[in-house]
Write a protein that binds this ligand. Structure first.
Ligand code: 13P
Length: 241
């Protein structure tokens, strides 16, 4: 079971001290299948990976530039550079970046080059509220998967994260039946190639008991609630026990 913390634009060097609780928790937890991944801003990847060196907790990044090589791209960082400072994963296709103009084709290129750099990919897909109301959810997810993963032969490094856009940061999560159906839709079409599927969007300590019932999910991508180590541990405990 994966618990991926997407810190987004949060955290400084001092924030890392608060992770001692999570480190302690992961050391005492006996469930072998528990996988914790922290995706802090790029500024914290190196110090965090050093801190987590003797633990099972891994580090990821939140996005990267599409170019495999260095280039004149002011302010950008590519996947090789992230790998070099300790990232094992990178989140790609997050709706907050799609909203800034990332296309399926660009995401496809990023994924290809990030795999080439040796990173695992947390590939985000999800429909907007309008698309859901227009009953286009499955159609949108199918397009995002097909275009985003076009001509990628080795899919073993890809984890899909289903994050309905209308659920991110709103406190609203899909109804149990609807979430099971959507995950089944993704799995029935793509399970052979993409064995792991996470859910993301307003996962918190109050709804984790509901999310626990969604048996076909392989873990969670957690934004706001992952900032607080106590809440993060609480979510893990409530969903794995
Ligand atoms: P929240 O958990 O804050 O809704 O964010 C979800 C998300 O976007 C994770 O990638």
């Amino acid at each position: 079971m994966y618990f991926v913390a997407n810190w987004k634009m949060f955290g400084d060097l001092r924030t890392l001290n608060s992770l001692d609780k999570v480190i302690k928790f992961s050391k005492t937890n006996k469930k072998n299948k528990l996988k914790i991944v922290y995706c802090p801003p790029n500024t914290l990847i190196r110090p965090l990976s050093k801190r987590l060196k003797k633990t099972k907790i891994e580090v990821g990044a939140q996005n990267c530039h599409h170019s495999y090589d260095y280039g004149a791209y002011t302010g950008q960082v590519n996947s090789k550079m992230l790998k070099n400072v300790g990232a094992k994963y990178v989140i790609l296709g997050h709706s907050e970046n799609r909203q800034l103009g990332e296309t399926d084709n660009l995401i496809n290129l990023k994924i290809k080059n990030a795999i080439k750099s040796g990173l695992k990919i947390i590939f985000c897909i999800g429909e907007t509220l309008k698309e859901r109301r227009d009953k286009k959810t499955n159609q949108v997810l199918k397009r995002q998967i097909e275009k985003g993963l076009k001509s990628i032969k080795n899919k073993s490094k890809i984890i899909i994260a289903y994050e309905p856009v209308w659920s991110i940061g709103t406190g609203v999560i899909p109804k149990e039946k609807s979430l099971i159906q959507t995950i089944s839709f993704i799995k029935s079409r793509f399970i052979k190639k993409y064995p792991k599927i996470l859910y993301g969007g307003s996962v918190n300590t109050n709804n984790s008991h509901k999310l626990k019932k969604i048996r076909n999910i392989d873990g969670f991508l957690i934004g706001g609630a992952s900032h607080n180590p106590k809440k993060f541990i609480d979510i893990i405990q409530k969903t794995i026990n």
